[in-house]
Write a protein that binds this ligand. Structure first.
Ligand SMILES: [Zn+2]
Length: 239
């Protein structure tokens, strides 16, 4: 299990990230832990199943999927409000606010992309389930607190007023809360579905990545904010 992360954002709003290990639908793990063919047994700790000679994913049939899943909750005053926001509505709320205030959020999303994509380990490594030489799992603080501080800086550079109020899923919240929800959700997607950290760090080439991970929510922003001259569904850009 990955340790639970909790942060007070403001006005009683909290973000909590939990590992829903082995609950619900397990997500496909696209990481190729045996890209170089160094290993002949499954890379999951405690599993000694022999691998097929040509296994690049480095895991047995049983361990094809991630057994861990990061889920982000937005809470207020403990249990009164406690739910799982989704990136589509959180990003739409930001875009709506930005539109009303004639602000471009491109610098924010571009900074989030640089900070998160390829920089976050997958959940199996974060949970210390996969055995790889010389790899230490990143801490939840490194994943979330550091980025929350970063977005404060980005917001200051962009002159965004983090006190501004907007509506998210029927709740009045500050801009700071929504930006941090979006940031946290992109980190979760990158960890739950991404393989770019592994490709970049251990295979030495981010181009070897085959999963979208955190790119998916950023794509939603791009699709919604670029003027295509027609209505496009963001489904078009998923894989
Ligand atoms: Zn196994």
């Amino acid at each position: 299990m990955i340790e639970t992360y909790n942060a007070n954002i403001r006005d009683g709003w909290e973000i909590r990230v939990e590992d829903h290990a082995e609950q619900g639908k397990l997500k496909e793990n696209k990481n190729r832990y045996n890209h170089e063919g160094n290993y002949d047994t499954c890379r999951v700790r405690g599993c000694n199943v022999r691998l097929a000679w040509n296994s690049v994913i480095g895991r047995c049939k049983e361990h094809r999927e991630h057994q861990n899943d990061l889920v982000l909750f937005l809470k207020r005053d403990n249990e009164e409000i406690n739910y799982r926001p989704v990136h589509l509505s959180a990003i739409d709320a930001l875009l709506h606010w930005a539109d009303d205030n004639s602000i471009s959020l491109s610098p924010l999303f571009s900074a989030l992309s640089r900070s998160i994509i390829g920089q976050v380990q997958d959940v199996s490594i974060l949970a210390n389930v996969i055995e790889i030489d010389n790899v230490e799992p990143q801490s939840m603080d490194a994943l979330f607190s550091t980025r929350f501080e970063e977005v404060n800086q980005i917001a200051a550079d962009m002159d965004l007023d983090l006190d501004s109020e907007l509506e998210l899923d029927g709740h009045q919240v500050s801009l700071e809360v929504v930006i941090k929800v979006v940031t946290g959700l992109i980190v979760c997607e990158e960890a739950n579905r991404g393989d770019r950290w592994f490709a970049r760090e251990l295979l030495g080439d981010a181009q070897l990545s085959t999963a979208q991970g955190g790119i998916m929510p950023i794509t939603h922003f791009a699709v919604k904010s670029f003027d295509w001259g027609m209505e496009l569904s963001s489904k078009l850009f998923r894989r």
